[in-house]
Design a protein around this ligand. Sequence first.
Ligand SMILES: Cc1cc2nc3c(=O)[nH]c(=O)nc-3n(C[C@H](O)[C@H](O)[C@H](O)COP(=O)(O)OP(=O)(O)OC[C@H]3O[C@@H](n4cnc5c(N)ncnc54)[C@H](O)[C@@H]3O)c2cc1C
Length: 416
Amino acid sequence: MRETDDVRYDVVVVGAGAAGLACAGDLDAAGLRVRLLEAEGTVGGRMRTDRVKGFTVDRGFQVFNTSYPQVKRRIDLKALRLRAFTPGVLVHTREGLRRFADPTRRPKECRDLLPGRLMSGRDLLALGALSARDALAPPSVLRGGNGTTTLTALAEAGVSPQLVETFFRPFLSGVFLEDELETSARFFHLVWRSMLRGTLCLPAAGIGAVPAQLASRLPVHVLRTGVAVTGTAPDGVSLAGGDVVRARAVVVATGQRVAAELLPGLRVPEGRTVTTLYHATAEPPLAEPVLVVDSRRRILNTCVLTAVHPGFSTDGRALVSTSVLGSPGPTETAAVLPALSEVYGADTTDWELVHRVTVPDALPAMPGAVPLSRSTRFAPGRYVCGDHRATGSLQGALASGARAAREVIQDLNGAA
Ligand SMILES: Cc1cc2nc3c(=O)[nH]c(=O)nc-3n(C[C@H](O)[C@H](O)[C@H](O)COP(=O)(O)OP(=O)(O)OC[C@H]3O[C@@H](n4cnc5c(N)ncnc54)[C@H](O)[C@@H]3O)c2cc1C
């Protein structure tokens, strides 16, 4: 069917990532006639999974957090066949691997939290107070901070520069995809809360199973893949080849860069780039499904994916994921295996690089003052949603998509 056929939709949503899927789902549930157009052959955007040489590899390592409110609202967790990471992380220090454990879940594993190992007694108190507040305060309190950066907030909470360098900077640079800790403290508090209250997991079929589940709930006539929108038209959107999809309202749910092209004048944040290397090795360097960070920050984080889901490998070898900031050149890439050898205490010379993925604009920058949720209204009949309008996370993308649906429905009802 040519899209120029007589159909006039209520809403056309551009981009079937998490935000577009949530938005289209809510609009459809409200009884509106919706078309969701996706440029790629599959849904998911930045949350996609590939099969490479028999390995299950996500388009950049990411984790699924069960405590996100939008996840609780929309996702059938059981159907994802989730398996969890060990709560907490292992930190590689000059003294070897230290466990940053969660005392509320693994009280027996907190030896390294004792003063003099990973942190001082004062740090332990500061961390306890910070964690209690973030876990227990209502989210509205955490969202209402004063626009400071994460680095400042940690200092204000009494965390010593030493603990920042040993743990917070290495760990959070893998979450924010920047290592200055200039990201909004309000976002940090929400992330810390979600880690204290939720479980970090991966679906059995990889992270792409999450958007795939959202897409599976849409009626068949809503989603069309393999269709790139090239511009907005007065009464809808235009496609390559000149076709027009007509609609009363357009929601642009692409990443920030394309959104700025489709909606000239839209201001978008900078993007953060990350690269993930996937190595296969006969012997797993660690049997535990745990995230490992490096206090020397030669890598962002690493983990043995097959310790989380053995099915991520089909040839019996272990699959190790390692992420680094930006897009490393040959020299920086060559430095990764020696660093992993130290971090895991294992011989990595025989490890095979089976896949490498660089994701430009993996996350939007979220400097201190940036609001954690912004209106999706851009111009009459034009809306924009996605993680860059909220927070750089699955929660942010879904919440922004939900907000776009609410605002479209209000405006269309007002116009009727
Ligand atoms: C490596 C990495 C690690 C991450 N780690 C985590 C994590 O651990 N926890 C977490 O919560 N979040 C994480 N995130 C962030 C999370 O994945 C994103 O915030 C979320 O997926 C963004 O969804 P979105 O719908 O806003 O945008 P996108 O996923 O970018 O979706 C936009 C969609 O628009 C489509 N599109 C683009 N142009 C056009 C066009 N012209 N016409 C039609 N369609 C178009 C794209 O193909 C895409 O499908 C990570 C992201 C990456 C990349």
